[in-house]
Design a protein around this ligand. Structure first.
Ligand code: ADP
Ligand code: MG
Length: 421
């Protein structure tokens, strides 16, 4: 049976998307592969497809619970029952059960934090791993906002597993990130097949406007576009403010979404947006990774994004169905300064957290009111580990004193100058 035929029979698609077939062919030839394919290409299909053709377990390291859940449902819908997500959402007993029966599953999705726990690590090393998948492999990059320290331990785990066939997947690869992935994920490997496709999305028209009156412009776009879209803001405060503005001046159905909402609230909003009960979401960059809504017609940046990579990721959420869509960036001179602040701050806390074994921050988010969005997002990477809250508190207080001066100056600046736009 040729690959196209198998694609149709097992997945119901007539053609591969650009890059998919090349990745699958490399893997079938047992070549370690780095695939850089735009968001929405169907990167998951690559390992689902190969997994069904080879013997042994497919282990998929994935950074977010929601991404894992998506994958589990995707696979189950295709009739695959031997699939499990191994992460902090399992109870103690469930986890013990799953670990005891691990070799019976074909696809094991696992968070990096769970994977690095001793007993799990041990168990994984005893499996016959046919394919080791590192999803969102850019999380290994120290300098990206999605950095996850546990990703840097994956090379060691691969070694313990006897270097199984490995696939690293991401949509982000500047030369620097690519280099980091190759160094950290494929240490000790000589020949890595690369499948790299341009992040260019020809169906997304790009507009950048330098404009002082952003609010008016935003409203005029919304009334003209009359379609589903995401409005990205740099802070929670702005996201809420823009939501209120839309509510007060239009009949567009809007909501705001940011890391300050509970996980339940966020998941509900995501569902409402995906099922068209909402027209627009005013969101910080906490919204987006793994959202599979095909018909987002525009992504409007009310604030400038913090890097070109994130800009590309964020606008990539428009037009996943290939239909014409718009990416609009409203820019005002000086907009970028907020990100200089965020970036210097998030480095500080990265240091802090490397020292601490910080965990389960979501429960204790109220401890961290002074942390900004990017830090909190980053901190949530630690959701799964054990730690004492006293330790965290003490450490934060100490750090807080150290940087009080810098903070108060910068916070004033941001609150007064930036968030009142
Ligand atoms: P990525 O991880 O690259 O952002 P996903 O793996 O989440 O993308 O897949 C995005 C969507 O594309 C899914 O709904 C998937 O079913 C669909 N898809 C995957 N491969 C194909 C294909 N060859 N043809 C059409 N749709 C596909
Ligand atoms: Mg994906």
């Amino acid at each position: 049976m040729d690959l196209e035929q198998r694609l149709f029979e097992n997945f119901g698609f007539h053609t591969f998307k650009p890059g998919q077939k090349a990745v699958i062919e490399h893997l079938l030839k047992k070549q370690d592969t780095l695939a850089v394919l735009p968001t929405g290409t169907g990167k998951s299909l690559c390992y689902q497809f190969v997994g069904q053709m080879i013997e042994g377990t497919v282990l998929i390291v994935s950074p977010l619970l929601s991404l894992m859940e998506d994958q589990v449902t995707q696979l189950q819908k295709k009739g695959e029952t031997r699939v499990i997500a191994l992460n902090s959402s399992l109870s103690f007993l469930e986890k013990q059960y799953v670990l005891a029966h691990l070799s019976e599953y074909k696809f094991v999705l696992i968070s990096p934090e769970t994977l690095t726990q001793k007993e799990v690590r041990h168990k994984i090393a005893s499996l016959k791993i046919a394919l080791f998948v590192i999803d969102e492999a850019h999380c290994v990059s120290q300098w990206g906002v999605d950095f996850r320290p546990e990703y840097t331990k994956l090379a060691g785990i691969q070694e313990e597993c006897g270097y199984p066939l490995t696939l690293a997947l991401t949509a982000t690869a500047t030369p620097a990130v690519k280099k980091e992935i190759l160094q950290q994920v494929f240490t000790q490997r000589k020949e890595i097949s690369e499948v790299i496709f341009s992040v260019d999305r020809p169906n997304i028209g790009l507009i950048v406007e330098q404009i002082a009156e952003k609010d008016d412009r935003l409203i005029s776009y919304l009334t003209q576009l009359r379609n589903k879209g995401i409005i990205y803001c740099a802070t929670r405060k702005t996201a809420e403010k823009i939501h209120r503005l839309i509510k007060d001046t239009t009949n567009v159905k809007s909501a705001f979404y940011h890391g300050g909402l509970t996980a339940n609230e966020r998941s509900l909003l995501q569902q409402q947006f995906v099922s068209n009960q909402l027209d627009v979401l005013c969101a910080t960059n906490a919204f987006g990774m793994g959202i599979d809504k095909p018909d987002v017609r525009f992504v409007l940046h009310y604030d400038c994004p913090d890097s070109l990579e994130n800009y590309v990721q964020e606008i990539g959420r428009a037009g996943r169905d290939g239909q014409a869509s718009l990416a609009i960036l409203l820019y005002q001179k000086g907009d970028e300064s907020i990100h200089y602040y965020f970036q210097s701050e998030s480095r500080l806390d990265r240091e802090l957290l490397n020292e601490l074994n910080v965990n389960n921050l979501q429960k204790h988010e109220n401890l961290l009111p002074e942390l900004n969005e990017i830090q909190q997002k980053w901190l949530q990477g630690y959701l799964e580990k054990e730690y004492t809250i006293e330790e965290l508190e003490q450490r934060l207080l100490r750090k807080e004193k150290e940087r009080q001066q810098q903070l108060s100056v910068m916070l004033n600046y941001i609150n007064e100058e930036k968030c009142r736009r």
